[in-house]
Each structure stands twice: as structure tokens, then as C-alpha cells.
Design a protein around this ligand. Structure first.
Ligand SMILES: [Zn+2]
Length: 242
């Protein structure tokens, strides 16, 4: 099997009409990996299989649109149809285990967290393995939030996922010569230079060109914003084989 990407959800910080927020399923014979798990993602995964069977969930940062559905996931895995299933790895930014536990204390999932996921924290630029995938986190610029994008490779094919980022030289490194670059383009016009956390479409194209990647698919973009003819926009349910 080749590497297959399924866009589970690609909305920005609010949902597009009928849309789920960030969730990107990457699969091959040797593993299944979910990049981010925003609101709406678990419902979509459950429409495909009774309970998501993944080797790992990897979280880019702690803005809610990228991790919110971990909360119902934890409840469903502890008390619902996910009970008794294998425990997926949950890869979090540095310090993320403590962050998630503090949310768990307030949102009543703290007691279940470690019983349903195997928690790990990744490091900037430190490659980790999930099944046959190698995942490398790259630190990116997203306001004052500690945020990473991911380069996912299986030895033959490479996918790059920006997560959320303002202009950052690491975007081109993240996607260097990749087969596919999922790059955010949240903005209509660029933000003031002192406060950057997202890209305009032109900035996403610039990062793509600098990377040498083969194919750009724009993500995290409000449906109301136009995109130049010739640019490819993700939609929920889009499947791409690499
Ligand atoms: Zn976001």
C-alpha cells in the first residue's frame, strides 16, 4: 500500500459550514497516524469505523481546534465503544503532558487520560517512529503558542503538515522536496508584522516554492475566502495517495 492521506477535517479556528476542525489521517500498511484531533474529527472517524484504530495521535499545539476532540475520545475510550481497545500513542509538544493533565483536572478527564493513551512528548527536530513512519517535528511561529509542524516519511514518500504558522523559514525545511505539502493559508490579508501566527495564500505559495515540494494543498482556510485559480484547497473527506 502506498501512503494515503485522508483529510478528516480542515477548518480554521471556527468550523467551515458542515466542516470538522484539524484532523489528517495518514495510513500505510505499516501504520496509521492522526495528525491533530480538533472538534468534529472523532465523529468523522467513527463514521468510518466503530472506534478509531490508530497507532498514534500527534498534536501540533494546544489551541482547541487542534486537540479538542481528545476530550470525547478519552471518555469514549474509557467508558464507551473504545473501551478495551489498544492504547494509541499520544505525542504532545514539549511540556504537553502536564498541560493536558491540567486541562484534564478542569474538564473531568484527568483520571482516564493515562488509561487510554500512552503519553509521549516529542522534541524540536527529534525524529520519532510510529509504525513504519518517521515523524519529525519542526518548531513554527504561531503567536506565543509553542507550535510545531510535522514531516512524515515512510522511506519512500514524504508528507509535510504545517499545522498553524506565520511566515517561518522552517516551513520550507519541513516540506523540503516532500511529495505533498499541506500548508495553512488562514488569512485574506497578512497580519501586522509584530503579531504573526498565520499565512496568507501568497505566503503559503512562497513557502511551498521555497520547499521544492511536489504538490501544495491549502488547509485551515475559511470557506468564505477565495483562492487563486490553480491552487488546490483541501475539503473534508479528500483522499490523496502518494
Ligand atoms: Zn488552528
Amino acid at each position: 500500500m502506498r501512503v494515503k492521506l485522508t483529510v478528516i477535517g480542515c477548518s480554521p479556528a471556527w468550523p467551515n459550514p458542515g466542516g470538522a476542525q484539524s484532523g489528517y489521517l495518514v495510513e500505510t500498511n505499516g501504520g496509521r497516524l492522526l495528525l491533530d484531533c480538533g472538534p468534529g474529527v472523532l465523529e468523522r472517524l467513527r463514521a468510518r469505523e466503530s472506534w478509531p484504530d490508530v497507532d498514534a495521535v500527534v498534536i501540533s499545539h494546544f489551541h482547541l481546534d487542534h486537540w479538542g476532540d481528545l476530550v470525547p475520545w478519552i471518555f469514549g475510550a474509557a467508558f464507551g465503544p473504545g473501551k478495551g481497545r489498544a492504547h494509541p500513542q499520544l505525542w504532545l509538544p514539549p511540556g504537553g503532558a502536564g498541560t493536558l493533565r491540567s486541562f484534564g483536572q478542569r474538564l473531568a478527564f484527568g483520571g482516564q487520560l493515562d488509561h487510554v493513551f500512552e503519553l509521549h512528548e516529542y522534541g524540536d527536530g527529534v525524529t520519532f517512529g510510529v509504525g513504519s513512519f518517521e515523524v519529525t517535528p519542526f518548531r513554527l511561529s504561531h503567536y506565543d503558542e509553542l507550535t510545531f509542524g510535522f514531516r512524515v516519511a515512510d522511506g519512500r514518500r514524504t508528507l509535510a503538515y504545517s499545522g498553524d504558522s506565520g511566515p517561518d523559514a522552517n516551513l520550507a525545511e519541513l516540506a523540503r522536496d516532500a511529495d505533498l505539502f499541506l500548508c495553512e493559508a488562514t488569512l485574506d490579508v497578512t497580519e501586522p508584522s509584530a503579531i504573526r501566527g498565520h499565512l496568507s495564500a501568497d505566503e503559503a505559495v512562497a513557502a511551498f516554492r521555497a520547499s521544492g515540494a511536489q504538490r501544495l494543498v491549502v488547509i485551515h482556510r475559511p470557506d468564505e475566502l477565495l483562492l487563486d485559480e490553480g491552487l488546490e484547497r483541501a475539503v473534508d473527506g479528500l483522499e490523496i495517495e502518494l
